[in-house]
Design a protein around this ligand. Structure first.
Ligand SMILES: Nc1ncnc2c1ncn2[C@@H]1O[C@H](COP(=O)(O)OP(=O)(O)OP(=O)(O)O)[C@@H](O)[C@H]1O
Ligand SMILES: [Mg+2]
Length: 593
């Protein structure tokens, strides 16, 4: 119930609309209870030869036995020609109220859903890298799109019925007694018995729904993975394999859906049969005692009484399904970002004078330390090359600077202050990152270069592109800077993408630059252009470069050698080569000298 009340808390801002909707439902319920009255009028009219005559209502024998205060109704008499108009009138009023309440409730439901989706997306973008390193983009998409849709059913239609149907039941109870007297007891005795299976089946359904959502998330994950790695799938002839994997997940979804169908479709007949038993009991006794018009109204009332029960059982199913789905949504909303601003955080402004690692160690959530007691200090405008074997911890080391992760031990300082004191956005504004695999957005070249500084002028953007030696190939694109880059930048070559990334970094103009050089060799022409663009980018900045190029190493002011998470050597190319050790081995391996 905790989850459903959390869901309901989203309704608070819509109190006005909800109140209006509930009032309309009350109107609906009143009109609805008049249905049995119209039945009474019709049969009464038949009995009295075209006239409706009401004069005996309070004089029924069992009424007197109950010692109720007598309803001193005046006797009424009118022509049956009015009755059809009354019937239309009752249904018209009922329909209008139903429309108004359902419309308002549905709008509220849609607003709630929009709010949850917005909140979810905003929350997800705030979560830190440790959350995303677990992967499962498909799962996140599935929760934001699919799970939220399931929840929608629970807060729109279900909510209407959840309020309306109990009202109908409440209004029908006195009517059942009014028409049926003591026989009403017999008919209503079954009522609690109906609730038991409904609640049991509802709970089963909730669990099943959660499973369904999990499996659907697996479907999205599977699709996301296959399609983003489609070249690998094809290159290794794995289409059939992936298809079979997909079919296996899909079969699981099918099986769970089948189980849900058993409950959702079985519930209604079950409630119906139980209701029929109750009504049959009432008929058994009532048929001999009650006058025809009264008996017919009594039966109508009973049917009208059991109808909402059927609806409620369906509503319960829908609600349980949305609770199952919202569980997965709240699970995401409950995740807290690992990297947050401290309450007393300060803005990082002005010059960057020094970057210092002080006994910095890092361990990811799973696994041991990947960085151990790293100690070094970098002055402004120094170029620091980081070398080491694959898995030595180079990327992990530079990822600490923009606080993608925080060190598990030790401190990282900029200008002598712990990084964690700075407001995260102001810190990241000072850092530019160019990685091996450039991510380009599915939008124009302009916007891709200006990403992070969308307010930049066209001149500035072109300036940056020129400086990155990208202007020439951009001009050659179908619509130049306005060309929309295909998904994941497939329409551009590796070297071109890198130059766009360099242009992006140049436009941002950060004092600190992190560079993860591509290991793959570009062809000599674009290699030279990328190289020249990088040299421009590195000028007058504090640079941390994960070096794979000989030229980078030779130009570096200092080289840090990482080995299994430890800083084992540091110095210039010449001094390190003289020293020998890890660096010499790496150097010989990489540059074949
Ligand atoms: N997000 C992560 N979660 C858990 N472990 C990680 C994560 N990222 C890296 N690692 C582990 O940390 C170690 C160092 O990885 P890192 O990526 O820093 O190496 P690297 O020196 O950059 O290697 P390469 O030259 O191949 O890029 C590796 O053992 C890796 O498996
Ligand atoms: Mg790396």
């Amino acid at each position: 119930m905790g989850i459903y009340s959390r869901l309901l808390s989203y309704l608070k801002p819509h109190r006005g609309r909800l109140l209006f909707a509930v009032l309309c439902m009350l109107g609906y319920t009143v009109a609805h209870s008049l249905v049995s009255v119209t039945v009474f009028l019709v049969l009464n009219g038949i009995q009295n030869q075209d006239r409706v005559v009401i004069d005996d209502l309070p004089k029924v024998s069992w009424f007197e036995k109950l010692h109720l205060p007598a309803l001193d109704l005046p006797s009424i008499e009118f022509s049956t020609t009015f009755v059809p108009f009354m019937v239309v009138g009752v249904f018209l009023v009922r329909g209008l109220f139903e429309y108004a309440s359902r419309y308002q409730m549905s709008i509220v439901g849609l607003r709630v859903i929009r709010r949850i989706r917005d909140q979810l997306y905003a929350h997800l973008t705030r979560l830190s890298m440790n959350f995303y390193s677990k992967g499962r983009t498909g799962d996140l998409m599935s929760r934001t799109v699919q799970d939220v849709s399931v929840v929608q059913a629970g807060v729109t239609d279900a909510l209407v019925d959840l309020v309306k149907e109990p009202l109908v039941i409440l209004f029908q109870i006195p009517l059942v007694f009014f028409w049926g007297g003591p026989f009403a007891f017999i008919a209503l005795i079954v009522f609690p018995a109906v609730l038991l299976p409904i609640s049991f089946l509802g709970r089963r359904l909730r669990t099943i729904q959660r499973k369904i959502q999990e499996q659907i998330a697996d479907i999205s994950s599977q699709m996301q993975e296959t399609f983003s790695g489609i070249n690998v799938v094809k290159a290794f002839n794995m289409e059939q394999y992936e298809v079979r994997k997909f079919e296996a997940i899909n079969r699981k979804v099918f099986n769970f859906l089948k189980r849900a169908v058993v409950i959702t479709t079985g519930q209604r007949p079950l409630v119906e049969v139980m209701g029929a038993v109750a009504i049959a009991c009432a008929i058994w006794y009532g048929i001999r005692v009650l006058p025809l018009d009264r008996f017919a109204s009594f039966l109508t009332c009973l049917f009208l009484f059991y109808e909402p029960l059927k609806k409620l059982s369906k509503v319960n199913a829908t609600i349980q399904q949305s609770v199952g789905a919202s569980y997965r949504i709240f699970e995401l909303l409950n995740e807290t970002p690992q990297i947050q601003n401290r309450p007393d955080s300060i803005t990082l402004e002005g010059q960057i004078d020094s970057v210092e690692f002080s006994k910095v160690s890092l361990a990811y959530e799973r696994g041991g330390e990947v960085l151990r007691e790293i100690d070094f200090l970098v002055r402004a405008d120094e170029i620091v090359a980081i070398v080491g074997t694959s898995g030595a911890g180079k990327t992990s080391l530079v990822n600490l600077l923009p606080r993608f992760y925080d060190p598990t031990k030790g401190v990282l300082k900029i200008n002598g202050f712990d990084l964690r004191n700075y407001e995260v956005h102001s810190l990241r504004a000072k850092i530019g990152i160019v990685t091996q695999d450039t991510f380009l957005f599915n939008t124009t070249v302009y916007e891709n270069i200006a990403y992070g500084r969308l307010e930049a002028s066209v001149e500035e953007i072109k300036e940056a592109a020129k400086a990155a030696f990208a202007d020439e190939f951009i001009q050659a694109l179908p619509t130049g800077y306005g060309t929309v880059i295909g998904e994941r930048g497939v329409t551009l070559s590796g070297g071109q993408r890198q130059r766009l990334a360099i242009a992006r970094a140049l436009l941002k103009n950060p004092p600190i630059l992190i560079l993860d050089e591509a290991t793959s060799q570009l062809d000599t022409e674009s290699e030279r252009e990328v190289q020249r663009a990088l040299e421009r980018l590195m000028a007058n900045r504090t640079v941390f470069v994960i070096a794979h190029r000989l030229s980078t190493i030779q130009n570096a002011d200092r080289i840090l050698v990482l080995d299994q998470g430890r800083l084992v050597q540091s110095g210039t190319n010449e001094t390190l080569l003289k020293e020998g050790g890890v660096y010499k081995r790496l150097y010989d391996l990489q540059f074949n000298v």
